[in-house]
Each structure stands twice: as structure tokens, then as C-alpha cells.
Design a binder for this molecule. Structure first.
Ligand SMILES: Cc1ncc(COP(=O)(O)O)c(C=O)c1O
Length: 283
């Protein structure tokens, strides 16, 4: 964690600086559709030495999410300038920025304005202090009882409707588990806050994201770097996995030590992937 900068205040609420539409502020309108309906999308960016790691991948996802949710086309140049200014004003050159874009305020009711004024929020936090040895020893996964929300129209988008993950994370907390697999019936979609990859009979697989799930930037990075097949994977398939990895912008590439108590191997590819990932992230 960033020295001298706590993740939260004594009330448990994040304290990092926040800009709303380019100005230091914490509040958005009570009529903001992000607040009212989760009519928003976001990306969580790791900041390394004052630079947004994997920005081209975040940028691509922002464009894709805006297009699929029928938001106005984002002014990416202005957004990049604003992000750079925000990062340089942050308490530390290393940390995390959550960039949220909502459809902004509108009238009461679901129907959005034809020409909405989107709300942009930049919020800074220190990088969470995961024990460094976890990226070598691996983490333990459980199978969450909470199911993902399934909707092909929203699958892959990092949209603001995250209630299934809110439930799942509470489930993990009550079990003292680091991360859990979430699915739709028997089909596994991903981790509660990560994407998942499994090595089965010598081949690496990751769940397809046709019906649910988030198209993670770290998932995209790994799929460009390594040979991985996208398929439907059931929990029974995971029982044949010999190795597995979870990924996110904040976790990076974390090997899985066990799934539901069954131990996995740390196979030889993983340290090589982690090495390249850290290099590309500027870590
Ligand atoms: C549900 C879910 N899936 C996957 C991811 C990983 O996405 P990324 O690699 O963009 O951090 C996250 C990250 O928060 C997530 O919340």
C-alpha cells in the first residue's frame, strides 16, 4: 500500500482524491443515472510511476463499452489529458484510478435523454497491499453460491450493475476466502473480481463471455500473449484442471493454489507470463 496514505478513513470509506467532470468534487447529482440505475461503465487502472498501465487496453474497452451501451462517443483526447493531470496531482505516483462514466442526470424514469451529458468521475486510491508472496504461492478459490447476472446484451461490459458481485464478495468475506468462482448454473463465468484461466489436459482455457462476465483488460493482455482457448467451462471441467490463474488490473496474474480445497500445481508457464506482465505494466 502507498506509504502514509490509508485506503480508507476510520469510517471505512475511501478517502482518495476525486474529480467529477474535471473538477475536485465528491458528489454527483441525485438524478445521475449511474446512481439511479447503474447506467454507467467503469475501468480500474493501475498507476505505475505516474503512468496508467495498459492504457491502450483500457481505452479500447472504454470505446467498446460506450458503443455497446449507446453512450455518446467519448472524447478520448480530453479524457487522456484529464487523466494525466489527475494522476500528476495524486498523492503518490503509484496507485489506482477508477474511471467511471455514467449517462449523467436526466428526467425521472428509465428512458434516457436523447443527448445526455455524461458524468466523468476519476477516483484515486492506493494500490491494495496484497502479500507479495501470493503471486508465487498462489491463492485459494472457492465456488460462490451467488450466481452471476446473465444477459447477453451486457455480457463483457464493465457496467455499473454489480449487485451479484456485491453479494458474492460478502459470501467470500464470511468464508474468509480470497476469491471465488461465479457461474450461471454449472457454467463458470469468472472470479468475483477477476477472470479465470485453467489448464486442462495440457491446454489453457478461459470461459467465453457470450452470456455474462467482464472482458477484463488483463484477460485481453494474457490472451494476446499466450495461447488460450475460449470455451464454455463447467465446474466439473475445473475439477480436471491441473493449474489455474486469476487475473485483474489490481491482482495482475495470480496463480491458484487450490479450488474448493483441491490442490493445483504452479505450472512452468506462469512465472514467465508474470515476468512479461510486470515488464509491460512498468512494474
Ligand atoms: C467481475 C470482474 N471480472 C473481471 C475483472 C478483471 O478485469 P480487469 O482485468 O479489467 O481488472 C474484474 C475487475 O474488477 C471484475 O470485477
Amino acid at each position: 500500500m502507498t506509504e502514509n496514505y490509508p485506503e480508507t478513513g476510520s469510517d471505512g470509506i475511501a478517502t482518495g482524491p476525486v474529480w467529477v467532470n474535471g473538477q475536485p468534487a465528491e458528489a454527483v447529482s441525485a438524478w445521475d443515472r449511474g446512481f439511479l440505475y447503474g447506467d454507467s461503465f467503469f475501468t480500474t487502472i493501475r498507476i505505475v510511476g505516474g503512468q496508467p498501465a495498459f492504457w491502450p487496453l483500457h481505452r479500447l474497452r472504454l470505446i467498446s463499452n460506450a458503443t455497446r451501451l449507446r453512450f455518446p462517443w467519448p472524447d478520448l483526447e480530453a479524457m487522456e489529458l484529464e487523466l494525466a493531470e489527475f494522476i500528476s496531482s495524486a498523492p503518490d505516483p503509484d496507485g489506482v484510478v477508477r474511471l467511471t462514466i455514467s449517462r449523467g442526470p436526466g428526467p425521472r424514469g428509465y428512458l434516457p435523454l436523447k443527448d445526455p451529458q455524461v458524468t466523468r468521475v476519476l477516483a484515486w486510491s492506493p494500490q491494495p497491499d496484497y502479500a507479495p508472496e501470493l503471486s508465487e504461492t498462489g491463492v485459494d478459490l472457492v465456488l460462490c453460491k451467488t450466481q452471476v447476472s446473465c444477459n447477453p446484451l451486457l455480457a463483457g461490459i464493465k457496467h455499473g450493475n454489480r449487485l451479484a458481485q456485491v453479494f458474492a464478495h460478502q459470501e467470500l468475506e464470511s468464508l474468509g476466502a480470497f476469491e471465488g468462482l461465479m457461474g450461471d448454473g454449472d457454467v463458470i463465468v469468472g472470479g468475483c473480481r477477476s477472470n479465470v484461466f485453467a489448464k486442462i489436459a495440457g491446454t489453457w482455457y478461459t470461459p467465453r463471455l457470450e452470456r455474462a462476465g467482464v472482458a477484463g483488460v488483463t484477460r485481453s493482455w494474457l490472451m494476446q500473449y499466450a495461447s488460450i482457448r475460449e470455451v464454455d467451462l463447467t465446474f466439473a471441467d475445473f475439477e480436471h484442471a491441473t493449474s489455474a490463474v486469476i487475473t485483474s488490473a489490481l491482482l495482475g496474474l495470480m496463480p491458484v493454489r487450490s479450488i474448493e480445497g483441491r490442490e493445483l500445481e504452479l505450472c512452468e508457464e506462469i512465472p514467465g507470463w508474470q515476468h512479461q506482465y510486470r515488464k509491460d505494466a512498468g512494474l
